[in-house]
Design a binder for this molecule. Structure first.
Ligand SMILES: Cc1ncc(COP(=O)(O)O)c(/C=N/[C@@H](CCC(=O)O)COc2ccccc2)c1O
Length: 365
């Protein structure tokens, strides 16, 4: 069991409003017995989809009707269903480094997946043009795992690429858009798309609890009708009790208040951690402190290999991920003496920051 954690795969559940969640759960028991006695709609309750559509129109500029929203038990099952409708000869591009679970999923489905390099503005559209895929998966809000926020000009460039051919699609994975500490929100690709070529996915894993497994996907009309005919008869998805509770949580303003509170809390904790990292590591560390999300990348001068770092961290009971976790399988990445580490802070107790950084430093001393 790790004694300190730099994991990015956790939320600060200590500050989740469990009492409020339980109160709304009780309301569902009191007022929605009938709905609970039925199967939820295959895309999730219409009333919840209305609340989500209204919320993301405000926060992300996303324009959609509730009918276009598919609620699922995690982003992977949603993507899996959508991609099962595409011909396996469709060439697909993903960010490298990137979200390895999508890469693996697409490879396991026998798609030809092209890793695309990133620059300081995010995915390289020049490389996309060279590789000529039909679908591109991106995380523009806060590139996973490097943290890059795709500027508006690169968003336009990517959309212009898609607009050149009707059979091109962009999957905008907006999973980490809620946490921004300086910059204001840049409009989503979906809000800028004029040709119905953007599939938008979001999740409540990072803002509420990952164990709820509540995520959603917004399809343009032509993909929606194909999705409905293929999956309209499926009865899967998250529990109706949690979905109805989430509806109350959003409608009563609890969700947006929770995000505001957590933004402030994470911002303060992150600043304290960054100060401590500079204090202890000095000029041996470069911190890519992009003001967003629940983790950031650091580069540390060391002759240790990634293997050594990961093994020694385990020995010293430090939960730590290196960039190697996100190197797409069978893609060799050069190892320099600047090693990239993922510094997650959501689950780090403020009073453990000093000890955590001290332990991390002991790896490299
Ligand atoms: C890029 C990206 N897109 C979507 C998701 C969300 O997926 P969903 O939960 O299925 O909706 C994740 C979650 N990635 C997860 C794992 C990352 C990894 O494997 O290293 C991290 O998930 C959490 C992070 C913080 C708090 C709670 C969860 C994603 O990293």
């Amino acid at each position: 069991r790790p004694e300190v954690t730099f994991s990015h795969i956790a939320t600060d559940a200590e500050h989740f409003p469990f009492k409020k969640w339980r109160r709304y759960q009780q309301k569902v028991f009191d007022h929605h017995k009938k709905q609970l006695s039925l199967l939820p709609h295959p895309q999730g309750p219409y009333e919840l989809r209305e609340s989500i559509a209204a919320m993301i129109a405000l926060t992300r500029g996303v324009r959609c009707r509730p009918e276009q929203i598919i609620i699922g038990s995690g982003t992977q099952p949603l993507i899996h269903k959508l991609m099962s409708l595409q011909s396996r000869t469709t060439p697909i591009a993903v960010e490298n480094p990137g979200y390895q679970r999508f890469y693996q999923l697409l490879k396991d489905m026998d798609f030809k997946v092209e890793p695309i390099d990133l620059d300081e503005q995010g995915i390289s559209v020049d490389t996309i043009r060279k590789k000529d895929p039909k679908w591109v998966f991106v995380t523009p809000s806060h590139q996973f795992p490097t943290g890059t926020i795709m500027p508006i000009n690169r968003r336009i460039k990517l959309l212009n690429w898609a607009a050149e051919s009707p059979d091109r699609y962009i999957v905008e994975d907006d999973y980490d858009s809620e946490f921004k500490y300086e910059t204001d929100h840049i409009p989503s690709l979906q809000s800028l798309d004029r040709n119905r070529q953007v599939i938008y996915t979001g999740t409540f894993s990072k803002t509420l609890l990952p164990s709820l497994r509540i995520s959603y996907m917004i399809l343009p009309p032509d993909l929606l009708s194909r999705f409905r005919s293929a999956y309209g008869h499926w009865i899967d998805g998250p529990s109706g009790l949690n979905l109805w509770t989430l509806k109350y949580f959003i409608d009563k303003g609890e969700y947006s208040r929770h995000i505001k509170r957590m933004n402030a809390r994470y911002k303060a904790k992150r600043a304290k951690l960054i100060r401590e990292l500079h204090r202890v590591f000095g000029d041996k560390i470069t911190i890519h402190d992009i003001p967003a999300g629940l983790h950031f990348l650091v580069e540390i001068d060391t002759n240790l290999s990634y293997q050594d770092i990961e093994e020694q961290a385990k020995e010293r009971k430090i939960e730590l991920y290196t960039i190697r976790r996100f190197f797409l399988q069978d893609i060799k990445m050069a190892e320099t003496n600047k090693k990239k580490l993922i510094i997650g802070f959501a689950n780090m107790k403020e009073d453990k920051i000093r000890e955590s950084v001290q332990r991390l430093a002991s790896l490299f001393s």
